[in-house]
Design a protein around this ligand. Sequence first.
Ligand code: NI
Ligand code: MN
Length: 227
Amino acid sequence: MKATYLGHACLAIEAGGKKILVDPFISPNPLASHIDVNAIEADYVLVTHGHEDHLADAEAILKRTGATLVSNFEIVTWFSKRGIEKAHPMNHGGGFYFEFGRLQYVNAIHSSMLPDGSNGGNPGGFVIESADGNCYLSGDTALTMDMKLIGESVKIDWAALCIGDNFTMGPRDAARAATFVGAPRVLGVHYDTFPPIRIDHEAARKAFADQGVELILAEPGSVVDFA
Ligand code: NI
Ligand code: MN
């Protein structure tokens, strides 16, 4: 499984022969200003929750690529009013077999109001199981015991975990989250984009190393191969 880090909490994952874009927030992100949002390809666009910093570019990318939107029921309904009909709604605990493999929408502890104040339902994360491996995408969340249930049912090869603190888990809790889901390697996301979530990279790596987990802090635009 390969993942291109596109800044903030945005990832482009290749799995099962498909391109899966997660939480697109590129054009408003100064740290991703070198990335051409109009060149991003996608077969699926996954949105974890309703906040602007997870979906700012979703509508434009969905309309340009014809990708399928996958999110919770409320967010899919909100996008349908903006002309996005190619979509697949899910809700917590539910899994579905897509072309690339099985995708499950899992619990997150956070909030999910949409940019215009609409109800974005409850926030979530995703678990992908594919022929190329399995991963857990936390979305924005606190550390929760529910993560242990994920590790009990799926062998997670790697996880993308929020580590920026303040709005989500910080490095210490995210390192424990990695052990809860059983992920030996973690791609850190949702850090450094805004002043309240700037973190000390060395301290973050140490927090993960203390739990026996490798933390990868990738430059926006770089590819991480989890093969
Ligand atoms: Ni959020
Ligand atoms: Mn966020």
